[in-house]
Design a protein around this ligand. Structure first.
Ligand code: SF4
Length: 378
């Protein structure tokens, strides 16, 4: 059995570690490129959302590299995610690929059900070995998030931005290769030390919260490397979604770490009181949270036609006005052009900077029925 799975940010590193711990051969799909997307666009229905298309491209490239088993998360709820695995399986079968698809479903009640699913995926592994594999993969994931947090803090503050990015790429590589917790810890502290030694400027740095659909927040290719672009504009990005939190809430039923979900749901309640599928509720709640934390602005990202984010977007207009936090929404699909995205980011950060310098002179209001914007009073 040669197992593959879709990319989503640096998720391939802990998943590879997990599957190797379960004694499975792993075929990590090649990094996402235009070719990956082109494969997805060619074979997926036009109206499906971007994550389905990129994921399909990942599978095709991995199957061509020798994978014979696809691991995919299941789901349910008002949006289309619950159909992804079935649709992708049918498309790949029609294309003539020979494979099996294993769909990991969130357990109904007990975490042991999930561990059992993973154990069955493994090659003669005991329950204890499955637990050890999960714990080591989790350790890698937490280390990656710690390193990323530091990278996103340093990038907007340093004059050596290329070097900061190189160090992040190195950290990803080293943590991927590490075979013990001690080595992971050494790599993370080396990376943090190197980032701290970079030359820093004294210009004001904006703080921007990134909210929206989970895949678009976590997979840089799908959001055209928005955190990197903002870092180069001296804006620090805080991701509203962390993979550890997402896995903890959706697959491990809040068993591994204390869940922030009840708090975020409470933040959203004055504006949205129930789930609308996907991350719509969390988008509203985390935007309110970012406003309370004094962030300079929020950017909502999602794939074009993403139903939960469209619902959240309509609510963010009111949130922006009442919480006085500028919000901008950006949807992505295969037609998104980098120059247009860069222009919007520059314009948004420019307005945030002016407002930060003279808050009383600017007000927030609805623009064109969609995004809120900051405009001079008068
Ligand atoms: S959350 Fe949005 S992008 Fe994700 S499957 Fe649902 S509609 Fe598609």
């Amino acid at each position: 059995m040669k197992v593959t799975f879709p990319h989503m940010g640096f998720m391939h590193i802990p998943i590879k570690s997990l599957l190797e711990g379960l004694r499975r051969e792993v075929v990590v799909p090649p990094p996402i490129t235009e070719h990956t997307l082109a494969l997805g666009i060619k074979h997926a229905p036009e109206f499906t959302c971007l994550p389905l298309k990129i994921g399909l491209g990942n599978y095709i490239e991995a199957l061509q590299a020798g994978a014979d088993t696809i691991l995919m998360a299941g789901g349910w709820g008002p949006c289309r995610f619950g159909y992804y695995a079935q649709v992708q399986r049918d498309i790949l079968q029609e294309l003539g690929y020979d494979f099996q698809m294993v769909i990991l479903e969130a357990p109904d009640s007990k975490v042991s059900q999930l561990i059992d699913q993973l154990k069955r995926l493994g090659e003669n592994v005991s329950f204890l070995e499955a637990v050890q594999a999960i714990r080591f993969a989790w350790y890698k994931l937490a280390a990656l998030e710690k390193a990323e947090e530091h990278y996103l803090y340093i990038l907007p503050r340093t004059t050596e931005k290329d070097r900061a990015e190189q160090l992040w790429d190195q950290a990803l590589l080293h943590i991927d290769q590490a075979q013990s917790r001690k080595i992971i810890d050494e790599f993370v502290s080396d990376a943090i030390g190197s980032w701290n030694r970079l030359e820093q400027h004294h210009e004001p740095v904006l703080r921007i919260g990134l909210v929206g659909e989970v895949y678009t927040v976590l997979e840089p290719y799908s959001n055209q490397y928005i955190a990197r672009s903002l870092g180069r504009l001296n804006a620090e990005v805080t991701n509203s979604i962390r993979l550890t939190e997402w896995l903890n809430d959706h697959l491990f039923k809040g068993y591994l770490i204390k869940s922030r979900k009840p708090y975020i749901t409470g933040c959203a309640r004055p504006y949205l009181a129930s789930s609308v599928g996907g991350h719509g509720l969390e988008t509203v709640g985390t935007t309110v949270d970012f406003a309370h934390e004094g962030y300079d602005g929020v950017i909502q990202v999602g794939p074009l036609t993403c139903m939960p984010e469209i619902v959240a977007q309509t609510i963010l207009i009111r949130v922006a006005k009442e919480e006085q936090i500028p919000c901008m929404t950006m949807y992505f699909d295969e037609h998104s052009g980098n120059a247009g995205i860069q222009t919007r980011l520059e314009a948004f950060t420019d307005m945030l900077r002016r407002r930060k310098a003279a808050p009383g002179n600017y007000r927030i209001f609805q623009q064109g029925g969609t995004n809120s914007a900051v405009f001079p009073r008068g």
